[in-house]
Design a protein around this ligand. Structure first.
Ligand code: 13P
Length: 256
């Protein structure tokens, strides 16, 4: 039996400003004193401009910080892009890649996501790689085909990766920001499928990689999701903007 430490990350998306972030960090630090989450690996992913601020506030807390995206090239003439080495320079331990909002609204393809994953693995930055089906795909019975395609694209980049630095996030698009959560059984089925596909694709470390669930996770549904054997934590959107809710979700990961 493989033990995987739970992993919970907050994806702030394009929210926040210096003043409101400061309130959130202050509340997070205060809540951290009441909530024991020692065995859970926790990360906060604010927008790029606030990574320095996150570092200043989280430095001594045990909570890591990371980005929401990264460039697929190491450096050079790519106006507006931010590289793996820049994120490492800012103390980031993680970056999210392939979030469905970037895939659907900003044109990221499976190939783009694979190049970004590869850049992170090669550069020593932890990667939270997102996969997940749309409502149409689920209702059309294509969930497994979509997950298989998305996993197949990134698997080659994961073969040589340190499993402790790789997190897969299963985020069904229909559950993101909708209040509609996948049932624990649906999440378990998808996570087990993702892990099996990784193993079949030659990702030997897949049994040690965390697979977390994202999509309307709240303190009230977190325990039932995290109790599932292949659900190793969560990627949290809206609820990560409320310190007490976010830390209660982390605590759910600690007890589940
Ligand atoms: P919500 O938790 O707001 O549904 O967002 C999930 C998500 O997209 C995290 O990356």
């Amino acid at each position: 039996m493989t033990t995987r430490n739970p992993f919970v990350a907050g994806n702030w998306k394009m929210n926040g400003d210096i003043v409101t972030n400061e309130h959130l960090f202050t509340a997070l630090r205060a809540a951290l004193e009441r909530v024991s989450i020692a065995q859970v690996e926790v990360a906060i992913c604010p927008p790029y401009p606030y990574l320095g601020q996150a570092g200043a506030w989280l430095n001594d807390t045990g909570i890591a910080w990371g980005a929401q995206n990264v460039a697929e090239a190491p450096n050079g003439a790519l106006t507006g892009e931010v590289s793996v080495s820049m994120l490492l320079d800012l103390g980031c331990r993680w970056t999210i890649v392939g979030h469905s909002e970037r895939r659907t609204l900003l044109g990221e393809t499976d190939e783009t996501v694979a190049r970004k994953v590869s850049m992170c693995v090669g550069g020593g930055l932890g990667v939270i790689a997102c996969v997940g089906e749309s409502l149409d795909e689920r209702e059309g019975g294509r969930t497994e085909a979509v997950l298989a395609r998305q996993v197949a694209a990134i698997a080659p980049a994961l073969r040589e990766a340190d499993p402790a630095r790789v997190v897969l996030a299963y985020e069904p698009v229909w559950a993101i920001g909708t209040g509609r959560t996948a049932s624990p059984e649906m999440a378990q089925q998808a996570h087990a499928f993702i892990r099996a596909r990784l193993l079949e694709a030659g990702v030997g470390g897949a049994s040690q990689m965390r697979i977390v669930y994202g999509g309307s996770v709240k303190p009230s549904n977190a325990v039932s999701l995290f109790e599932m054997p292949d659900v190793d934590g969560g990627l949290i959107g809206g609820a990560s903007l409320v310190a007490e809710d976010f830390l209660n979700i982390c605590r759910a990961a600690a007890v589940a």
